[in-house]
Design a protein around this ligand. Structure first.
Ligand code: ADP
Ligand code: MG
Length: 279
């Protein structure tokens, strides 16, 4: 679905403030995949996401979306492809404060020309899917952060995009809100086969992905399954990135000579590995 070859991006080119932010990015995302992009602050994640979402242009390289070269598009062409294929979720919840949950979800459908009854039917269906059926009539101010973010996701999904891109969607949430949102995203990916691109710097969230890309200094420094990536404990630490606590703990225990066969990614895996050792 997404094929990015050797992409470069410089902000303010040709001026003294020129900033070469993306330095040759290669990225492949298949239809239906759940991909996570990680990296320290300033490593270029949002810049890459904006290019991927046709919100910004790139200078060098190639980007194919659904087999189509995304380069030199007019404003209208870009907007059309974007609306057709991609849904965005950002840190802030992007909800209208004076509209209730179902109205918020239905609003983008109005702009798409969907009739009133169908709008509300689809909005209710998506809220139900997010586990928010009973919250349809509530205003954003009456909901928790996790609920608001799920309303925002419902609004995006109601537009039936092929791909949903989320730029640190849990950054403003408490741990239980984060958990709610991530579980929802994962379920959405598994049940409806929607392609998910999740930017996060919470490692515990990235372990849910099929594939993880790690960025540093405008490059992708490593990628692979969560297991392949997080086993590289030392490399990630050098890049100012943490690995999940469960992985770190077992990594250190192993260094102390404890016989741990594989490194866990989740607390549950960690517990079962340690139980085995303690027997
Ligand atoms: P991340 O999302 O990984 O934190 P960004 O892609 O937002 O990183 O930013 C990468 C670098 O580009 C940062 O140094 C940031 O200050 C700079 N940057 C981001 N957007 C712009 C812009 N519109 N103009 C100039 N510099 C920018
Ligand atoms: Mg960012």
């Amino acid at each position: 679905m997404v094929q990015i070859n050797n992409i470069h991006k410089t902000y303010n080119p040709g001026t003294e403030n020129a900033l070469h932010v993306l330095k040759g990015i290669d990225l492949t995302i298949n239809q239906g995949e759940f991909v996570s992009i990680m990296g320290a602050s300033g490593s270029g994640k949002s810049t890459l996401l904006n290019i991927l979402g046709i919100l910004d242009n790139y200078d060098e390289g190639e980007y194919f979306l659904d087999g189509r070269l995304i380069k030199n598009l007019t404003e209208t062409e870009g907007a059309r492809l974007r609306n057709e294929l991609i849904g965005f979720v950002f840190q802030s919840f992007n909800l209208l404060p004076f509209k209730n949950a179902v109205e918020n979800v239905a609003l983008p459908l109005y702009y798409k020309g969907v009739g009133r009854r169908e709008r509300y039917r689809r909005a209710m269906e998506e809220l139900e899917r997010m586990g928010l059926k009973d919250w349809a009539e509530h205003l954003p101010s009456e909901m928790s952060g996790g609920q608001k973010q799920r309303v925002a996701i419902a609004g995006v999904i109601a537009m039936q995009p092929d791909c949903i891109v989320l730029d640190e969607p849990t950054a403003m949430l408490d741990p239980s809100g984060r958990n709610e949102v991530i579980k929802t995203i994962k379920r959405l990916n598994k049940e409806s086969g929607i392609t998910v691109v999740l930017i996060t710097h919470f490692m515990e969230e990235a372990v849910n992905a099929d594939k993880v890309f790690v960025m540093d200094g405008g490059k992708i420094i490593t990628s692979g399954t969560p297991y392949e990536v997080f086993s590289q404990v030392e490399i990630l630490k050098k890049r100012r990135l943490n690995v999940p606590v469960a992985t770190q703990l077992c990594y250190k225990l192993r260094a102390c000579g404890v016989d741990i066969k594989s490194l866990p990614l989740t607390n549950e895996e960690c517990i079962s590995l340690l139980t085995e050792v303690l027997k």
